[in-house]
Design a protein around this ligand. Sequence first.
Ligand code: CO
Length: 417
Amino acid sequence: MEAKELIEFIEKSPTAFQAISTISEMLKKDGAQVLKEEDAWKLEKGKTYYVTKGSSAIIAFHIPEQFEGYRIMASHSDSPSFKIKENPEMEEAGYIKLNVEKYGGMLMAPWFDRPLSVAGRVIVKENGEFVEKPVHIKENMLIIPSLAIHMNREANNGYAYNPQKDTLPLYALAEGKGTFMDVVAEHAGVKKEDILGNDLFLYDRTPGSIWGQKSEFVSAPRLDNLACAYGTLKGFLKGKKEKYLDIYVVFDHEEVGSGTKEGASATFLKDTIDRIELLLGFNKEDQIRHLAKSFMVSADNAHAVHPNYTEKADPVNRPKVGSGVVLKFNANQKYCTDAMSAAMFRDLCNQVGADVQDFTNRSDVPGGSTLGNLANMQVSMHTVDIGLPQLAMHSPYETAGTKDVEDLCKISEAFYC
Ligand code: CO
């Protein structure tokens, strides 16, 4: 069952860094060759390659015998969380807590009273080189405890959370002072005094689950957007990859606006396409002609109608969990689906017999945004915004549909034909 494999994929990927190494491992196992941006590349027909950016974004591509255009599926590796600040320990009332700040726009309430741990990376210097060491602490380590109802009788009547006060996780009693970075260093296999830099995040330790009367639901951390990163990867691995130059891309920093070197607004995808064109001996006109015949799918999860808040959804276009992948529309082009790209995607779904649903925001509520329109500012082509319908977006524990995961894998496989 794809949803079960998705849960394993998510458990190996507590942050964008681990997501990219998990994806790299799967590509490598399938025979893909790693390229480094700083090396000179030699590309051969019939081979699959991948290149990472900043350890948190990745592009994989397959060189076919011949091609007229690109087929690209793009998703993102990051999810909202709390980032641990420099010098994180704070002592208060005989406890040690950690100083953290918000990464992305999360629902804050569900982060309370659940087992949390720490993941990310640290940087050390070895033999004159800066070396990255992954950190993935697989133990319950922290909790953000709620304030008891007796100390805030108004707690159930709405509460404005302050991220500098309310959401600092508890780490130890006072005697544990000064040990947090030792624990991190130990898990990274380095000495604390050798750590020159760190990117550390909290992650939810709750295991993923498949549930419902007919196992129709899958709940797990980071379904937005690892479900799309996973589904499109399965399609990329299984697809024939003969007709087009197929590209699988996962950007980072979507949750904070994509404006970084690993983000969809930067030139990572464009530079990689320029480089492929150059190395395959094409000129600028060839490249423009290729892009004119290309198609990109921007895959990022969509809001399903919520059974307790049906009034929050559009009166007509209200996708349901378990009823198929969602096409996303927005007149103001936060989603870049237009008549042509919708037609191309619907036709693809028809070919594989997959249901497809439509999403629009209520006309009186501004919706979210994603990465398709930003990627288009660098490399323009027909682009469609899609995603799995899900509940509780940006909670640390989100809910989607098991069948929809299968459908995304199937559609992606057909896309990479
Ligand atoms: Co997303």
